[in-house]
Design a protein. Sequence first.
Length: 246
Amino acid sequence: MAEQMNILFQEAERIREELKQYFVHSTVRCPYGLPFQAVYNQALIDPMPDFIMDAYLASGYRRNGNVIYNMNCPECRACVPIRITPIEFKPNRSQKRVWKKNRDVAVETTHLTCSGENLALLDKFLAARYPGRDCSSLEYYNGFFLNHITTTVEFRYMLGSKLIGTAIVDLSPTWLNVVFFYFDPAEEKRSPGTYNILNLIAFCIQKDIQYMYLGYWIKNIKAMNYKSNFKPHYLYHNNTWKLITC
Protein backbone atom coordinates (compact mmCIF):
# COMPACT_ATOMS: atom_id res chain seq x y z
CA MET A 1 0.00 0.00 0.00
CA ALA A 2 2.79 2.45 0.93
CA GLU A 3 4.58 1.71 -2.35
CA GLN A 4 1.38 2.28 -4.32
CA MET A 5 0.76 5.59 -2.55
CA ASN A 6 4.31 6.69 -3.32
CA ILE A 7 3.84 5.87 -7.02
CA LEU A 8 0.59 7.85 -7.12
CA PHE A 9 2.26 10.80 -5.36
CA GLN A 10 5.13 10.85 -7.85
CA GLU A 11 2.69 10.66 -10.77
CA ALA A 12 0.57 13.49 -9.34
CA GLU A 13 3.65 15.68 -8.92
CA ARG A 14 4.73 14.94 -12.49
CA ILE A 15 1.31 15.95 -13.82
CA ARG A 16 1.21 19.08 -11.65
CA GLU A 17 4.59 20.09 -13.03
CA GLU A 18 3.34 19.64 -16.62
CA LEU A 19 0.21 21.67 -15.92
CA LYS A 20 2.15 24.67 -14.54
CA GLN A 21 2.44 26.07 -18.06
CA TYR A 22 -1.34 26.57 -18.18
CA PHE A 23 -1.57 28.66 -15.01
CA VAL A 24 -1.87 32.43 -15.39
CA HIS A 25 -2.15 35.35 -12.98
CA SER A 26 -5.41 37.26 -12.66
CA THR A 27 -5.55 40.48 -10.61
CA VAL A 28 -8.77 41.68 -8.96
CA ARG A 29 -9.90 43.65 -5.93
CA CYS A 30 -9.46 41.61 -2.75
CA PRO A 31 -12.68 39.58 -2.26
CA TYR A 32 -12.19 39.72 1.52
CA GLY A 33 -12.04 43.50 1.69
CA LEU A 34 -8.34 43.78 2.51
CA PRO A 35 -6.57 46.88 1.11
CA PHE A 36 -4.50 44.97 -1.46
CA GLN A 37 -4.86 43.67 -4.98
CA ALA A 38 -5.63 39.95 -5.02
CA VAL A 39 -3.61 37.90 -7.51
CA TYR A 40 -4.98 34.50 -8.43
CA ASN A 41 -2.62 31.91 -9.91
CA GLN A 42 -5.17 29.85 -11.82
CA ALA A 43 -5.97 27.52 -14.70
CA LEU A 44 -9.01 25.88 -16.28
CA ILE A 45 -8.68 22.16 -15.63
CA ASP A 46 -10.15 19.05 -17.26
CA PRO A 47 -11.64 16.25 -15.13
CA MET A 48 -8.94 14.77 -12.93
CA PRO A 49 -8.50 11.63 -10.82
CA ASP A 50 -8.89 12.01 -7.06
CA PHE A 51 -5.19 11.49 -6.39
CA ILE A 52 -4.27 14.53 -8.52
CA MET A 53 -6.90 16.72 -6.85
CA ASP A 54 -5.48 15.42 -3.57
CA ALA A 55 -2.04 16.70 -4.57
CA TYR A 56 -3.42 20.15 -5.38
CA LEU A 57 -5.36 20.42 -2.12
CA ALA A 58 -2.35 19.21 -0.14
CA SER A 59 -0.30 21.98 -1.79
CA GLY A 60 -2.70 24.75 -0.71
CA TYR A 61 -4.77 25.02 -3.90
CA ARG A 62 -8.53 25.57 -4.05
CA ARG A 63 -11.29 24.96 -6.61
CA ASN A 64 -13.67 27.55 -8.07
CA GLY A 65 -15.93 26.04 -10.72
CA ASN A 66 -13.60 24.39 -13.25
CA VAL A 67 -10.66 26.51 -12.11
CA ILE A 68 -7.87 25.37 -9.78
CA TYR A 69 -6.08 28.26 -8.10
CA ASN A 70 -3.95 29.52 -5.26
CA MET A 71 -3.23 33.04 -4.06
CA ASN A 72 -0.09 34.82 -5.25
CA CYS A 73 -0.60 38.32 -3.84
CA PRO A 74 2.72 40.22 -3.73
CA GLU A 75 1.71 42.54 -0.86
CA CYS A 76 -0.24 40.13 1.31
CA ARG A 77 -0.03 36.60 2.68
CA ALA A 78 -3.20 36.70 4.78
CA CYS A 79 -4.99 33.80 3.02
CA VAL A 80 -3.80 30.64 4.78
CA PRO A 81 -5.10 27.19 3.78
CA ILE A 82 -6.47 25.27 6.77
CA ARG A 83 -7.24 21.58 7.15
CA ILE A 84 -8.25 19.07 9.82
CA THR A 85 -7.34 15.44 10.40
CA PRO A 86 -10.80 14.32 11.59
CA ILE A 87 -9.67 11.48 13.86
CA GLU A 88 -7.47 13.95 15.80
CA PHE A 89 -10.27 16.45 16.46
CA LYS A 90 -11.32 17.15 20.06
CA PRO A 91 -14.50 19.27 20.46
CA ASN A 92 -14.45 22.06 23.04
CA ARG A 93 -17.37 22.84 25.36
CA SER A 94 -18.92 25.38 23.01
CA GLN A 95 -18.82 22.92 20.08
CA LYS A 96 -20.40 20.21 22.23
CA ARG A 97 -23.25 22.62 23.06
CA VAL A 98 -23.74 23.42 19.36
CA TRP A 99 -23.91 19.69 18.57
CA LYS A 100 -26.59 19.15 21.24
CA LYS A 101 -28.53 22.25 20.19
CA ASN A 102 -28.92 20.81 16.69
CA ARG A 103 -30.05 17.30 17.62
CA ASP A 104 -33.38 18.02 15.94
CA VAL A 105 -31.72 18.68 12.57
CA ALA A 106 -31.80 15.89 9.97
CA VAL A 107 -28.94 15.65 7.46
CA GLU A 108 -29.25 14.39 3.90
CA THR A 109 -26.34 13.76 1.54
CA THR A 110 -27.11 13.89 -2.18
CA HIS A 111 -25.69 14.89 -5.56
CA LEU A 112 -25.27 18.60 -6.23
CA THR A 113 -28.55 20.18 -7.33
CA CYS A 114 -29.33 23.66 -8.58
CA SER A 115 -32.90 23.42 -7.24
CA GLY A 116 -35.34 26.27 -6.64
CA GLU A 117 -35.21 25.48 -2.92
CA ASN A 118 -31.42 25.78 -2.83
CA LEU A 119 -31.40 28.95 -4.92
CA ALA A 120 -34.02 30.64 -2.72
CA LEU A 121 -32.08 29.82 0.47
CA LEU A 122 -28.77 30.97 -1.04
CA ASP A 123 -30.31 34.27 -2.20
CA LYS A 124 -31.61 34.80 1.33
CA PHE A 125 -28.17 34.06 2.77
CA LEU A 126 -26.34 36.33 0.32
CA ALA A 127 -28.73 39.23 0.94
CA ALA A 128 -28.10 39.00 4.69
CA ARG A 129 -24.36 38.25 4.62
CA TYR A 130 -23.21 40.24 1.57
CA PRO A 131 -25.72 43.05 0.99
CA GLY A 132 -25.13 45.14 -2.11
CA ARG A 133 -23.07 42.53 -3.95
CA ASP A 134 -24.02 42.02 -7.58
CA CYS A 135 -23.98 38.21 -7.51
CA SER A 136 -27.04 35.97 -7.56
CA SER A 137 -27.46 32.43 -6.28
CA LEU A 138 -27.64 31.14 -9.87
CA GLU A 139 -24.28 32.76 -10.63
CA TYR A 140 -22.79 31.05 -7.55
CA TYR A 141 -23.97 27.66 -8.82
CA ASN A 142 -22.99 28.19 -12.46
CA GLY A 143 -19.64 29.87 -11.76
CA PHE A 144 -18.51 28.41 -8.44
CA PHE A 145 -20.18 25.16 -7.38
CA LEU A 146 -20.96 23.21 -10.57
CA ASN A 147 -17.92 21.64 -12.18
CA HIS A 148 -16.55 18.70 -14.14
CA ILE A 149 -13.21 18.51 -12.29
CA THR A 150 -14.18 16.31 -9.37
CA THR A 151 -17.10 14.71 -7.51
CA THR A 152 -19.19 17.33 -5.71
CA VAL A 153 -22.10 16.61 -3.37
CA GLU A 154 -24.30 18.57 -1.01
CA PHE A 155 -25.17 18.05 2.64
CA ARG A 156 -28.71 19.30 3.26
CA TYR A 157 -29.72 20.31 6.79
CA MET A 158 -33.46 19.90 7.39
CA LEU A 159 -35.66 21.08 10.25
CA GLY A 160 -38.78 19.06 9.63
CA SER A 161 -39.62 19.78 5.99
CA LYS A 162 -37.71 23.09 5.97
CA LEU A 163 -34.23 23.41 4.45
CA ILE A 164 -32.08 25.51 6.83
CA GLY A 165 -28.62 24.94 5.40
CA THR A 166 -26.65 23.44 2.51
CA ALA A 167 -22.96 22.52 2.38
CA ILE A 168 -21.27 22.20 -1.03
CA VAL A 169 -18.50 19.62 -0.71
CA ASP A 170 -15.93 18.00 -3.03
CA LEU A 171 -15.53 14.40 -1.98
CA SER A 172 -13.20 11.44 -2.46
CA PRO A 173 -12.49 8.28 -0.42
CA THR A 174 -9.46 9.97 1.22
CA TRP A 175 -10.26 13.71 1.42
CA LEU A 176 -13.18 16.10 1.77
CA ASN A 177 -13.01 19.69 0.53
CA VAL A 178 -15.51 22.23 1.88
CA VAL A 179 -16.38 24.53 -1.02
CA PHE A 180 -19.17 26.67 0.49
CA PHE A 181 -21.85 26.62 3.17
CA TYR A 182 -24.98 28.74 3.26
CA PHE A 183 -27.87 28.78 5.73
CA ASP A 184 -31.08 30.49 6.76
CA PRO A 185 -30.04 33.69 8.61
CA ALA A 186 -33.08 33.22 10.87
CA GLU A 187 -31.35 30.11 12.30
CA GLU A 188 -28.10 31.90 13.19
CA LYS A 189 -28.54 31.18 16.92
CA ARG A 190 -27.96 27.53 16.14
CA SER A 191 -24.36 28.36 15.03
CA PRO A 192 -24.98 26.54 11.73
CA GLY A 193 -21.44 27.10 10.41
CA THR A 194 -19.97 25.32 13.42
CA TYR A 195 -22.57 22.57 13.28
CA ASN A 196 -21.85 21.96 9.60
CA ILE A 197 -18.13 21.41 10.29
CA LEU A 198 -18.93 19.14 13.25
CA ASN A 199 -21.23 17.05 11.07
CA LEU A 200 -18.66 16.83 8.27
CA ILE A 201 -15.99 15.74 10.75
CA ALA A 202 -18.32 12.98 11.99
CA PHE A 203 -18.96 11.96 8.38
CA CYS A 204 -15.21 11.78 7.67
CA ILE A 205 -14.59 9.63 10.73
CA GLN A 206 -17.41 7.28 9.72
CA LYS A 207 -16.06 6.98 6.16
CA ASP A 208 -12.38 6.83 7.23
CA ILE A 209 -11.56 10.01 5.29
CA GLN A 210 -8.07 11.21 6.18
CA TYR A 211 -8.14 14.97 5.50
CA MET A 212 -10.81 17.65 5.58
CA TYR A 213 -9.99 20.98 3.89
CA LEU A 214 -11.75 24.10 5.20
CA GLY A 215 -10.54 26.55 2.55
CA TYR A 216 -8.73 29.73 3.53
CA TRP A 217 -8.42 31.16 7.01
CA ILE A 218 -7.65 34.86 7.45
CA LYS A 219 -6.74 35.89 10.98
CA ASN A 220 -8.35 39.34 10.88
CA ILE A 221 -11.61 38.32 9.17
CA LYS A 222 -14.15 37.79 11.95
CA ALA A 223 -16.43 35.59 9.82
CA MET A 224 -13.57 33.05 9.51
CA ASN A 225 -12.76 32.82 13.22
CA TYR A 226 -14.87 29.71 13.72
CA LYS A 227 -12.53 27.68 11.48
CA SER A 228 -9.56 28.09 13.79
CA ASN A 229 -11.65 26.93 16.77
CA PHE A 230 -11.47 23.36 15.48
CA LYS A 231 -8.38 21.89 17.11
CA PRO A 232 -6.01 20.50 16.42
CA HIS A 233 -5.83 21.90 12.89
CA TYR A 234 -3.10 22.52 10.36
CA LEU A 235 -2.12 25.76 8.57
CA TYR A 236 -0.17 25.76 5.30
CA HIS A 237 2.93 27.93 5.60
CA ASN A 238 6.05 27.81 3.42
CA ASN A 239 4.92 24.64 1.64
CA THR A 240 4.39 22.80 4.91
CA TRP A 241 1.32 21.95 7.01
CA LYS A 242 1.99 23.26 10.52
CA LEU A 243 0.14 21.67 13.45
CA ILE A 244 -1.79 24.14 15.63
CA THR A 245 -2.98 22.75 18.97
CA CYS A 246 -3.80 25.84 21.04
